[in-house]
Design a binder for this molecule. Structure first.
Ligand SMILES: NC(=O)c1ccc[n+]([C@@H]2O[C@H](COP(=O)([O-])OP(=O)(O)OC[C@H]3O[C@@H](n4cnc5c(N)ncnc54)[C@H](O)[C@@H]3O)[C@@H](O)[C@H]2O)c1
Length: 313
């Protein structure tokens, strides 16, 4: 089958492309390289079709959806902090891009389904845990509002135009190819890269905040399952996490343990829009996608540290 992966030169995107190639599919990547890198695709660049263009570009998107069966839509500037500083640009990278893509898919009429990246940020900071898809969303940042907007456009396009759209609310994804040099990157890659260099990681808050850290290999398996799962007739919103809660302090202790180090963090004030606690109820993903994360946090960190040591050696 033929897949279009938007944001395919990014962290989750490049892992997704590799997974699809392993399953024997044809892959086209559309990426404007704003946060993604060609380096992420270099091992399999000869096997894919690469388009350097923005998903906001109507003409390029029209071309990108030609002959495509499934679209995996991951392109976005994925940062709460960036969206607070640049809400208009953040909106373009999520809402404008998504609408452009959905409209092109409706116009061509042959796309079987779009699976898009939504975010656990949609849940906000309510005390109720774990986070279930039926909870009332409470976006606390322009990023969260835009991601939620993508979901709403998904269900609207499904109802109005019959487009199949599944939105996956990713929790905190980590793993190989997450860029530790980006200020917008995930906390795990930043911690590991700093601690491998014997530097102190910075924690915003007192480190008691918790997250549901999910390994990228499990996430891409979930994305693939969401493409092929039987259509329920509705544009579903589905959590993708592990169902496990890990505090930043536990994370630091586990990384120290695996690196046989004893590096203390620098604690500083919490950032605007950051949420305190979050972990997923994954029963819907288990029911609709047969989703089952394989790696726990320690095993995932072990795998990631081995990858970072190998690539930085
Ligand atoms: N990493 C996480 O923990 C996490 C959690 C929740 C949701 N998400 C979502 O998953 C998706 C992928 O995130 P990631 O962590 O791989 O980030 P990433 O920055 O590594 O990947 C995003 C990719 O999209 C590309 N891009 C951005 N704007 C574009 C545009 N207008 N046109 C074409 N390409 C564009 C970037 O160049 C990059 O390659 C994003 O939509 C993000 O919001 C990620």
């Amino acid at each position: 089958m033929r897949f279009l992966v938007t944001g395919g030169a990014g962290f989750i995107g490049s892992n997704c492309v590799e997974y699809l190639l392993d399953q024997g599919h044809q892959v086209r990547v559309m990426d404007n390289l704003s946060t993604g890198k060609m380096e992420n695709l270099k091992e399999f660049i000869a096997k894919i079709e690469f388009m350097q263009a923005s998903v906001e570009d109507t003409v390029a998107v029209k071309e990108a959806v030609q002959d495509i069966d499934y679209i995996i839509h991951l392109a976005a500037i994925p940062s709460v902090q960036y969206s607070v500083e640049e809400p208009l640009k953040a909106n373009e990278s999520m809402i404008t891009a998504t609408l452009t893509l959905f409209k092109a898919a409706v116009d061509i009429g042959s796309v079987k389904r779009i699976v898009q990246a939504a975010s656990a940020a949609a849940y906000g900071d309510g005390p109720e845990l774990p986070k279930r898809e039926t909870m009332l969303p409470e976006p606390l940042s322009p990023y969260a509002a835009a991601k939620l907007g993508q979901e709403y456009y998904g269900s609207t396009f499904s109802k109005v135009y019959g487009l199949e759209v599944t939105s996956l609310r990713f929790f905190n994804v980590y793993g190989p190819k997450q860029d530790p040099r980006s200020p917008y990157s995930g906390v795990i890659s930043i911690f590991i890269s700093r601690m491998l260099a014997k530097g102190k990681p910075t924690v915003f808050g007192d480190g008691s905040n918790t997250r549901d850290f999910v390994y990228v290999g499990d996430v891409v398996a979930g994305i693939y399952q969401a493409c092929l799962a039987e259509w329920t007739g509705q544009s579903e919103v589905i959590n993708i996490g592990t169902g496990q809660q890990t505090s930043l302090n536990t994370l630091l202790a586990t990384i120290n343990d695996l690196l046989e180090g004893n590096i203390a963090a620098i604690y500083t004030k919490p950032r605007t829009g950051d949420i305190l606690h979050s972990y997923a109820d994954i029963s819907k993903a288990q029911r609709l996608l047969a989703f089952q994360p394989k790696l726990g946090i320690r095993e995932g960190l072990e795998k990631l540290i081995a990858f970072v040591k190998l690539t930085e050696a």
